[in-house]
Write a protein that binds this ligand. Structure first.
Ligand code: AR6
Length: 179
């Protein structure tokens, strides 16, 4: 299964490169400096161009579990929501709550800005080492709860953009477990 409908919002999966998404906002899996890095963060900064780094410099970083908004500059996406996932340290350092907070705060920021279409990467599951099956369950579960509790959300389409097959599979499993 790769699609869920919750009130007015469709939650779905896509395989590909998030920098190419034609959506109102893409989410960046950033670090606390917000000054760029590897993985999806590096790809977003390369695609958006140097103005993104200049905009990020004005934000004074971002704490883990929080989210901040910039324009998308050269991206097709109008905005980038930068959030900072937790580094996996065995699961006993508040990782679950911090990862859930990334999704929650990103959705709140999307609503505050009237964003309708939104794409998420699998936050923390690359360089930060969060186990994929646990991370995807938190992502889907947190978003589902948010949408159930916020029927007036501006989001109509939320996509999990997966860079590889393992990530697609993990989201499919997470969707199935909600049924
Ligand atoms: N489109 C979609 N997903 C992608 C893309 C892309 N273009 N590139 C990578 N991914 P990661 P993290 C996937 O490592 O674990 C940076 O240095 C990737 O396969 O990007 O949160 C930051 O500055 C994985 O599934 O983010 C931080 O220091 C997912 O995106 C640190 O990495 C997240 O992997 C954050 O680590």
């Amino acid at each position: 299964m790769n699609r869920l409908q919750i009130n007015q919002t469709t939650l779905s999966l896509a395989k590909g490169d998030i920098t190419r998404c034609e959506v109102d906002a893409i989410v960046n899996a950033a670090n606390e400096s917000l000054l760029g890095g590897g993985g999806v963060d590096g790809a977003i900064h390369r695609a958006a161009g140097p103005k993104l780094l200049a905009a990020c410099r004005l934000l004074n970083g971002c704490r883990t579990g929080e989210a901040k908004l910039t324009p998308g500059f050269r991206l097709k996406a109008t905005y980038v929501i930068h959030t900072v996932g937790p580094v996996w340290r065995g699961g006993t350092h508040g990782e679950t709550e911090l990862l859930a907070s990334c999704y929650q705060k990103s959705l709140e920021l999307a609503d505050a800005n009237g964003i309708r279409t939104l794409a998420f990467p699998a936050i923390s599951t690359g360089i930060y080492g969060y186990p994929l099956s646990q991370a995807t369950k938190i992502a889907v579960g947190t978003i589902k709860t948010y949408l159930e509790n916020n029927p007036q959300t501006s989001s109509t389409e939320i996509t999990f953009v997966c860079f590889d097959d393992a990530t697609v599979h993990a989201y499919e499993q997470a969707f199935e477990e909600l049924e």
